[in-house]
Ligand binder design. Structure first.
Ligand SMILES: *[C@@H]1O[C@H](CO)[C@@H](O)[C@H](O)[C@H]1NC(C)=O
Length: 281
């Protein structure tokens, strides 16, 4: 199977759970919070965008008194709502520019929360983009392909999502290309760069990695974890054993939202009631 056809599935999965608009009051540079002074910058996954990925979570964060910001990065000019296919290092520059903008306009340290490719970027950007790690406090990465994904198991999504959407998104990828896809497989250029033998976690940054046993895209799912001193690596199922969330739906899963805010609030042991639902992709 060719790489491009594999990654058709990324986008149709994203489209299947699309949500149309951003929560009011988010992405507001005038936002200040006494309870959560660090603004949260959210980084979406491959072939997703800020609105579809983050609207529900931004609403949740807003309800908890956070200021949050999300932007679509790494999109081609012809398809600006499909983020992330550009090479990882090009997207990293866009993300760094956005972090600098949020830093300049809010003045506070920034917490990064990323999903999938965005999770990878939440590790990569502070390591490789000048001056960013100093602006960042906490990093929470959901299912980042830290050590590369072999995509084993991704074919299962075919049955869930159907062939029509697969072909449609395959056409999209043929049009814009997907350098990031190549970057994020095992042994891909960006994966090699991130794992170059020097630490991923930069001084002053506090990192949490959250993964699900039922990930069908970043596989095997434990490639997400960062094996460095001080990093919290956790499975969703450590806290919520009944949660069978898959890769895409991590961003829509209330249990995961609680795990993320526990990491952001340095309250890893705060208990919450696990919900069970049908977020299986
Ligand atoms: C990362 O992947 C490489 C290549 O598959 C492997 O040799 C290495 O052991 C992996 N590292 C970790 C920490 O899993």
């Amino acid at each position: 199977m060719h790489l491009s056809s594999r990654f058709r599935l990324f986008i149709c999965a994203a489209a299947a759970v699309a949500v149309p608009t951003l929560a009011a009051g988010t992405n507001d540079f005038a936002c200040t919070s006494t309870t959560h002074p660090n603004p949260v910058v959210l980084l979406h996954g491959l072939l997703a965008n800020a609105e579809d990925s983050w609207t529900p979570f931004q609403q949740y964060l807003q309800d908890r008194g956070y200021c949050s910001f999300a932007t679509t990065y790494g999109a081609s000019d012809i398809l600006p709502f499909i983020g992330g296919p550009k090479p990882i290092e090009d997207s990293a520059k866009e993300i760094a520019a956005y972090i600098r903008e949020v830093k300049e306009k809010t003045g506070a340290k920034i917490d990064l929360v990323g999903h999938s490719e965005g999770g990878f970027q939440s590790l990569y950007v502070p390591k490789f983009e000048e001056g960013i790690s100093e602006m960042v406090d906490k990093i929470v990465a959901m299912a980042p392909p830290t050590n590369g994904t072999d995509n084993f198991g991704i074919y299962d999504l075919t049955f869930i999502l159907g062939d029509t959407s697969r072909e449609l998104f395959g056409d999209v990828l043929d049009t814009v290309g997907c350098d990031a896809c190549n970057d994020l497989i095992i042994g891909g250029p960006a994966v090699e760069q991130l794992n170059d033998g020097t630490p991923i976690v930069q001084p002053g940054n506090v990192m949490t990695v959250i993964a699900t046993h039922f990930d069908e895209i970043v596989t095997p799912p434990e490639v997400a974890f960062v094996h460095e001193h001080g990093v919290t690596n956790e499975w969703v199922q450590d806290t919520c054993p009944q949660d069978s969330v898959g890769h895409i739906s991590l961003i829509f899963d209330q249990n995961v939202w609680n795990l993320v805010t526990n990491a952001l609030e340095s309250t890893p042991d705060r208990e919450f009631t696990c919900v069970t639902d049908l977020l299986i992709i």
